[in-house]
Design a binder for this molecule. Structure first.
Ligand SMILES: [Zn+2]
Length: 271
């Protein structure tokens, strides 16, 4: 067996924030390339105007953009401020993930809990940025979640692999079945496959119960947010709805506070 590093939270929060910044840089690639159906790994980052490659030091999250003062080194074309903003938000979410798991900074990092919350929180950035405009969730998000689900099953205090597998099958499979039946009833696609994959990954990270609770809570949240939003924007109800961001938000909520929320909900039903 390998030994798990013992890192105090006050230090670990910055380490995870750093990883958040790096993932933020990668999410910029996803946000640009996935909707355009471009390969993710190749070519390396380049200026979309003059195609010249971005130098390594200018690829440093946030700082690279500041060094360049928001312009391409070669052709002086503007580089969107969206890039450093995405990186900064992802870094901040990573920091928050650690502190939500560990309000007490003197504890040691519990990787079995921090890793899933870290992944679920930082991936809200690509989910929101791609799903809202395109009704699409980059596959990297659920694939990473599945990998973390597997990794965590090797850690003390993590979910065991049987629970993970049942979670994947029941949460992902259940939502797939639900979407399929709704699709037949409504005679149109009720839900994207991206939502199903996302929920399968949730199942791997927190088991089927909390994942199902996340979908139910997400439906309420979507209703509360989207009905007024559509009234204000005078959008029709037939326009496709991005459900991914709502499931995405409820993932870490259920991971962190699911036991209490589910208990409260059962209590409510008893009256
Ligand atoms: Zn350029």
């Amino acid at each position: 067996m390998f030994s798990i590093p013992e890192i105090p939270v006050w230090l670990g929060q910055w380490v995870f924030a750093l990883f958040g910044l790096i993932f933020g840089s990668f999410f910029n690639v996803l946000i640009y390339r996935v909707p355009r159906d471009l390969p993710i790994a190749f070519p390396a980052s380049h200026c979309p105007h003059c195609m010249s490659p971005i130098r390594l030091r200018h690829n440093i999250p946030v700082l690279g953009w500041l060094m360049l003062r928001g312009r391409c080194k070669d052709c002086r074309a503007l580089i969107s401020i969206q890039y450093p903003i995405v990186e900064a938000i992802t870094g901040i979410l990573a920091f928050c993930a650690v502190r939500l798991v560990h309000p007490d900074a003197s504890e040691l990092i519990d990787f079995a809990r921090v890793l899933p919350v870290f992944w679920m929180m930082i991936t809200l950035v690509p989910i929101a940025a791609v799903d809202f405009p395109y009704q699409l969730i980059p596959d990297t998000v659920p694939v990473g979640g599945l990998l973390i689900g597997v990794a965590v099953s090797f850690l003390p205090g993590g979910m065991d692999w049987q629970q993970s597998l049942i979670g994947i099958a029941a949460a992902g499979g259940g939502l797939f079945l639900f979407a399929f039946i709704m699709g037949k009833l409504l005679k149109r696609d009720a839900m994207g496959l991206g939502d199903v994959k996302l929920l399968a990954a949730f199942g791997a990270m927190m088991g089927w119960g909390h994942s199902v609770a996340a979908v139910i809570a997400a439906s309420f949240l979507a209703l509360v947010v989207m009905v007024p939003w559509r009234l204000i924007r005078k959008e029709s109800n037939h326009e496709p709805l991005a459900f991914g961001p709502f499931i995405g938000v409820m993932g870490p909520v259920m991971f962190l506070w699911g036991d209490r929320i589910i208990a409260w909900y059962w209590n409510l039903l008893r009256f």
